[in-house]
Design a binder for this molecule. Structure first.
Ligand code: MF3
Ligand code: CO
Ligand code: CO
Length: 257
């Protein structure tokens, strides 16, 4: 399995796409409030990508998916389909996941939002899941291995008495949306593919309050926790650089080394 390495010019294109995806999350933020429907949030993102960014919402038409974002509330792990019937309520937690395609290159990112006043146990889940992503990003450098990424995520989640979803993973990304390699969010240090400068992939841990098991709903997309307890996810698109890493989908509120 040979992983294609991107040139500096190609990484520049990836950064452009990544920054557009990051901007979408910033643009939608003020609208993530109690009473909003996930369909409204989808429309805001679609409009911004197509009309302002003059870019393409990569999820639309992807394997028959019809929406711009995935909107995954509470016990939904990932791939929640926006709907006018899904109204956010005070105390919900929601992941919004968006992928922008610009000039043939993909930027894929997601973040969690706390809707209104949320319970401390949910805030803790959201915070620890973000820490899982950040700790994983910090290990990225040439010579590190994919297993190191999985191991730090698993270690931090389990230390906090959470479980790591194993049925979905991060992925290589570039001109292809979901490319090799698979980036597992669990694993063993010192194992797996060795990272090289020029690799680009996502890290997108899904962390559950209860058990790791998932169930796919009959709509063919929505993935929920089997035990009905809540789940959180954060995602960035990363490039491996000579010095370590670059977070291509970094938002202004974030400060990476
Ligand atoms: N953005 C998701 C990921 O992180 C994939 C969504 S595919 C869709 O890889 F079709 F559901 F939009
Ligand atoms: Co995504
Ligand atoms: Co992804």
């Amino acid at each position: 399995m040979a992983i294609n390495l991107k040139s500096q010019q190609e990484i520049d294109c990836m950064r452009t796409a990544g920054q557009l995806a990051a901007e979408v999350l910033d643009v939608v933020t003020p609208f993530v409030v109690p009473g909003a429907s996930t369909e409204e949030l989808d429309k805001i993102c679609f409009k911004h990508i197509t009309e302002v960014q003059k870019a393409v919402p990569a999820n639309v038409g992807y394997r028959g998916y019809e929406k711009t974002i995935c909107a995954s509330v509470n016990q939904v792990i990932c791939h929640g389909i926006p709907s006018p019937n899904k109204i956010l309520k005070d105390g919900d937690i929601i992941n919004i996941d968006v992928t922008v395609l610009k000039d043939g290159w993909h930027g894929d990112t997601s973040k969690m939002f706390l809707v209104g006043k949320t319970q401390p146990h949910n805030e803790r889940l959201v915070k620890v899941t973000q820490e899982c992503l950040y700790k994983a990003i910090e290990v990225v450098r040439p010579g590190a291995r994919l297993g190191d990424i999985g191991a730090v995520i698993q270690q931090h989640a389990e230390q906090n008495h959470y479980s790591v979803v194993e049925d979905y993973c991060g992925h290589g990304i570039g001109k292809v949306y979901h490319d090799e390699p698979q980036v597992l969010h669990y694993g063993k240090f010192g194992t797996g593919l060795e990272l090289k400068a020029g690799m680009c992939f996502t890290i997108e841990p899904m962390i559950n309050q209860g058990k790791k098991h998932t169930k796919l709903l009959s709509d063919g997309w929505t993935v929920e926790t089997k035990d009905g307890r809540n789940s959180a996810q954060w995602e960035h698109t990363i490039a491996v650089t000579e010095q370590g890493f670059e977070v291509l989908t970094q938002r202004s509120e974030e400060n990476f080394a």
